[in-house]
Ligand binder design. Structure first.
Ligand code: ADP
Ligand code: MG
Length: 246
């Protein structure tokens, strides 16, 4: 193997298009995400951010388009298989099992992702270490219905982490939070990124995007209108126009 300056991309999205009937939600998107990258995905409401994520996670079939993950064409794979390959996402609207405790919610995700040789004891250890990292250890036995908004967001990220992802996609984990709560979630994402997890963060809060991202991509009407360093993308007139238009 030869050492190259640039590592192979972790995720390659090639000519990806997603249509709903006659409407094109994602329009011919091609982008590489590098291993370890903190990648910000922005764009006005309805610009196709969540749809793109759904195509990466496998919830939607692409037509046409290819998604490569760690050099493997995962386009034909079902969502749960992609999860086991190392792709996790949190949902824009948290979807906890409300009748369960926080710990139980995490165990469901762990049981789903864990290999058979991992014992229940090991799974419990992993669960507690994820909850500790997320600042939720004291809530382990609380019902999901007792969580505050920011705690729910953290549990959503914890559930994604329970699948031990290589790539974590966070879909607006900060929407509706106070400034200090935004900082809390941002610090969490930063600490995960420091642990060799590649992160795609969809966010409307621009200060958070600026602080977080190595690179930012802006979608408008399903197309990439800018991609590059955060400050460059924010200063791009097409980006500013896209946001003013909404
Ligand atoms: P964003 O996350 O950037 O706000 P979305 O990806 O959710 O945008 O949506 C992009 C466009 O695709 C919107 O016009 C939305 O109405 C449409 N869309 C998203 N999901 C569906 C679906 N399941 N069926 C039909 N249209 C959809
Ligand atoms: Mg969305």
């Amino acid at each position: 193997m030869t050492l190259s300056e640039r590592p192979e991309p972790l995720l390659r999205i090639v000519s990806l298009t997603k249509r709903f009937g006659g409407f094109t939600a994602v329009d011919n998107v091609t982008v590489d995400i590098r291993p370890g990258e903190r990648f910000g995905l922005i764009g006005p409401n309805g610009s196709g951010k969540t749809t793109l994520i759904n195509c990466i996670s496998g919830a939607f079939r692409t037509e046409p388009g290819t998604v490569l993950f760690r050099d493997e064409d995962i386009t034909p794979l079902q969502p749960h298989v992609r999860t086991r390959r190392g792709i996790a996402r949190s949902f824009q609207i948290p979807r906890p099992f409300r009748s369960m405790t926080v710990a139980e919610n995490l165990m469901v995700a762990l049981d789903f992702a864990a290999h058979e040789h991992v014992s229940v004891v090991q799974r419990r250890d992993t669960m507690m270490s994820i909850l500790t990292q997320m600042g939720l250890a004291s809530k382990a036995n609380a019902s999901a219905t007792q969580l505050s908004q920011v705690e729910l967001r953290k549990m959503e990220l914890a559930r994604a982490m329970a699948t031990q992802p290589k790539l974590l996609i966070s879909d607006e984990a900060m929407a509706g939070l106070s400034n200090s709560e935004v900082d809390e979630v941002l610090d969490l994402l930063m600490s995960l990124a420091g642990q060799d997890i590649t992160i795609i963060m969809i966010e409307h809060i621009m200060q958070a995007v600026m602080r977080f991202s190595d690179r930012v991509m802006c979608l408008d009407a399903g197309r990439i209108i800018a991609i590059g360093p955060p400050s460059e993308v924010m200063a791009n007139p097409r980006v500013q126009e896209a946001y003013l238009g909404t």
